[in-house]
Structures are given as C-alpha cells and as structure tokens.
Design a protein. Sequence first.
Length: 548
Amino acid sequence: MDPTSLLLATFLLSVGGLFAFIWSLRKGLFDLEAAGARTIFAPGEVGQPEEPSSDAAQRQALWVGAASSRVAPAATAAARADLEAELAARHEADRSSALPALLMLSCAVVWLVVASAAGLLGSLKLHMPDLLTGQAWLSFGRLRTLHLNAVAYGWAPMGLLGLTLWMLPRLLRTPLLGGRFAMIGALVWNAGLVAGLGSIAVGINAGLEWLEIPWQVGLLFALGGMMIGLPLAFMLQKRRVHHLYVSVWYIGAALFWFPVLYVVAKIPGVHFGVEQATMNWWFGHNVLGLFYTPLSLASVYYFLPKVIGRPVRSYNLSLLGFWTLAFFYGQVGAHHLIGGPIPPWLITLSIVQSVMMIIPVTAFSVNQHLTLKGNFGALRHSATLRFIVFGAIMYTLASVQGSFEALRSLNAVTHFTHFTVAHAHLGMYGFVSMVIFGGIYFALPRIVDAPWPRPALISLHFWLVVAGFSTYLITLSIGGVLQGLALLDPARPFMESVTVTLPWLQGRSLGGALMTLGHLVFAFHFALMVLRPAALAQTDRMVSQAAA
Ligand code: HEM
Ligand code: HEM
C-alpha cells in the first residue's frame, strides 16, 4: 500500500473513531448523566472533603470551602445507616489493600533515593568531568542509564501501581482480591530491577534507550506487571458498583498496555535496523503515554475530587479525554526520530497525532480547572491537593510543549540538546512524580492508620522540590535552546555548543540538589511514619479517627 494512503487511512480512522465516540456520548451510550462522577462518593457524601494528611483545623477549613456542593444531610435513619455502612465498608476496603500498597510504595521510595543520587552525580559530572573517574560504573553513561531505569522501572511504576492497588477497592467498593499475586508480582518486578541495574552497572546493556535492561531479566517486568494486574481482573467480577469510574478505565487500560508494549519491544531477534529504532520509540513514547500518564491521570481523577468533596465537573469530558488519549497516543512515537532515516510519512503521522493530543489534554485540563473553580482556597489546607494540582498543571504544560516540540521546525533546534531532558523532567517529574507524592500523602495515613508525624516536613518537601524543579526546568531549557542554536550555526565551532551550556548545567545541578534534598526529607518522613513504635501508632490511630 502506498505510504500516503496508509497515513491518511490511519489518521481518518482516529478522527472517525473520535466522532463515533462523540456521537455515542450524545446518544447517551456512555453516561449522559453525571451520576458516574459520584461513584467515588458514598450516597450522601458529596460535599464532605476527605484529606488524611491535613490537621483538624485544615480539615475544618476544607469543610467550610465545600459547603456549596454539600447535599442535605441524610434525613432518615435508614439513609444515615446506609452512609455509615458505606464508610465502614470503605474502611475494610482500605485495610484489605494496606499491605500490598505499603510494599510497593516502600519500594518506590527506595528507588526514588537511589535514582536521585545517580541523577545528581550524573549531572555534576557534566560540568565537573574529573569527578569520580576511577570506576567504570560511575562513568556518566552508566550513571545516566542507572538513573533512567531506576525512575522508569522503580520509582514511577512502584509508586503508581502502589496507589492503584490502594485505590481499586475504593473505586470498585469491594475488598482487594488477589493481593498475594500482586505482592509476588511486585517482588518479581523488583528482583528484575535489581538484576537489571546490576547488569547496567557492570556494562551489560541491550543498547536501546528505555530498554537497556537485557530481555532475559527484563521479562520479569512483564511477568510481575501481569501479576500486579490480576487483582483488577478478579475484582471487576465482584465489584459492588454498577458504573466504572473513569480512573478504572485508565487503570485497566494501563495494566493491559504495559505487558503488551514491553513484550513486543523485547522479543529478541525480531526487530532490526531502522525498524528496531521505530519499535524503540514506539515503546519509548507509549510507555510514557499509555502507562505512566493514564495511571497518573487515574490518581488525579480520584484524589482531586475526593479532597475537595466535589465530583469532577464534566464526567463526559473525562471520558472524551480517555478515548482521545487512546486514539492518538499510540502513533506519536516516531516524533523521537524526526530527521532520522525512517519513512517521512511515519514521522508526519506521528507529528499530526502529537498535535491532536491537544484534544485529550485540553479535555483533562478544562475539567480539572472547572472542578476546582471557586474552591482554590482548598490548596492552602491540603498538601495532597497542592502536589496533585501542581502535577496536573505540569501535565498540561508538558503536553502542550510536547505538541510544539514535535513540529519539524522546532525539533530541529531542540533535538540532540538538553532541552529534551528538561521536557522529560517536566513530564516525568513535574507531572508524574508530583502526582505520586500527592497520592502517597493521602493514602499512607489510611494504610498505616495514623496521621503524618511531622506535618511541617510535608511543606518543606513541597517547597524544596518546587524550587529545585523550577530551577532545573528553567536553566536546562534555556541551556538547551542555546545549545541547539549553536549546533545549527555552521559559522560556530562545535565546542561552542558545549561551552555555552556550562552555566546552565551548573544551574541544573543546583536544582537537582534541592530536589534530592526534598526526596531525602520525604523518605525520612515516610520511614518515620512506617517504622514508628506500635504504641505510638495506637495513640495516633485514635487521634486520626477522632479527627476524621
Ligand atoms: C501531547 C503530549 C506530548 C507530546 C506531543 C510530547 C512530545 C515529545 C517530543 C517531540 C519529544 C522529543 C523527542 C526528541 O526530540 O528527541 C519528547 C520527549 C520526551 N517526552 Fe514528551 N511529549 C508529550 C507529553 C509527555 C508527557 C506527559 C511525558 C511524561 C509523562 C513526556 C515525557 C517525555 C520524555 C521522558 C521524553 C524524553 C525521551 C528520551 O529521549 O529519553 N512527554 N516528547
Ligand atoms: C523522581 C525524579 C526524577 C525523574 C522521574 C527523572 C526522570 C528522568 C528521565 C526520564 C530522564 C531521561 C531524559 C531523556 O532521555 O531525555 C532523566 C535523565 C537525567 N536526569 Fe532525571 N529524573 C528525576 C530526578 C533527577 C534528579 C534529582 C536529577 C539531579 C540533577 C536528575 C538528573 C538527570 C540527568 C543528569 C539525566 C541525564 C541527562 C542527559 O542524558 O543529558 N534527575 N531523568
């Protein structure tokens, strides 16, 4: 088939699918009423914020702020009893997921610290090349790869999957089923990561970015990922909700997409040459767009409405966001190969779909904005909300930036420069990591049944990482553009494109150091929470229940 027709056919299929979806929304095939949005609230609970990381005074302020959405209190004794029963069932649901979620979140925190150390040392080496040169595993190439793999297969998936397992019983109103499979899956996954990082450290590397871990070890991720997905399959059959909330759609899709992506990308002896590069970036961007992104969006769709006690403003818009993400994301990968020796139609297709991504991103952003509108004061009283809203805004920025970065004219400047790394952190840090932090601040008090011991550390963490991340993003973006312009100018010697980045690389190290400090504060607080003496936990539990 001639490539242009193929390009057109795929594009028309996406647009056709989009219109079919809009039509089905209009016909009420999905859920014309916003009842679906209230699935995460017990009957009569709308207007009642839930924020376990806040103190009593902050909860009171959140309660006042939510007054406009509050429904009349349950009038009859039967309605009150229903609400009580729902809340008791939720408590049971929380207990059922506590151990698997705690296991995964603890692994996430360990990988966060490991990854930050590798990232910071790698960053320092780019402007202090004589630093620690004696050991091969401490060379930039290996440290960078260790950093990337520790965030990509350690911190981000363990954090997101831990939150997912914790949310599922609440979303489906049934205790967690198959938690043991999930825990074994998590152990298999982490064993794969330890072996994978070990092989990278000693120089065994599959040579493809994001897929460096050798396939013999990497397949443990696919196996572990499938096992972690089993509880969803079991619980869907036993669920006590009629409607599947939008977070469940995102979670279900991501849990299905990950093993498919990873297995296809890792099958040995199938992909060669240019096709291998295409497959590499088909995986590379899909793991971002069809795994981390949907899991993070699922968390935003759960935690944001829960903290302010108000259902998402337009439930249909949230479904539109889901389907358009599914339609368009799968074909954007080739925008990583602009200028490479692959068929131009494939690149053009990826650029068109990159720009089309503006639809799901706008649907998400407008919806979150409208949901929070009129209650922005809640940000002052909820740490969870601060992290989650920051993450949601960074999602919009990363995606809009990405759509422009995919245009040939702009990519010619930014490709091969530090700008791409800045964009990578805007997405993976500003969006994904901040959402994970927010989710953990909400979920952990429910998991260990006690409030955070030192609330001041939460603020310290927030401001350290916001200051560090902003410094990182701004300095590296400027440095990247200057580097790109120098590279494109034939009148300037190549070395100028290197020296021009120096102050900006130093700025990135400063930002990265602040972020790393923030992560140490977070990890210390997390450990304090989890390892506190049993007697103290008991007292706290009573305080936490009284405050709730
Ligand atoms: C509409 C949404 C987005 C579009 C169109 C987009 C587009 C792009 C483009 C054009 C590049 C640079 C390719 C190059 O020149 O090498 C890139 C890199 C990257 N993007 Fe995005 N982006 C989007 C959203 C995101 C999000 C939400 C995340 C994080 C979850 C993200 C993470 C990354 C990462 C990590 C890289 C660097 C990959 C690497 O080279 O290792 N992007 N993106
Ligand atoms: C959880 C936090 C973090 C996440 C999710 C994250 C994510 C990433 C990703 C996806 C890449 C690949 C970028 C690309 O290929 O374009 C990367 C590279 C990198 N990151 Fe991070 N990062 C984090 C924290 C940090 C910190 C604290 C530093 C400290 C300065 C840092 C420094 C670096 C460096 C130096 C690179 C290599 C850039 C290059 O090859 O030029 N990262 N990181």
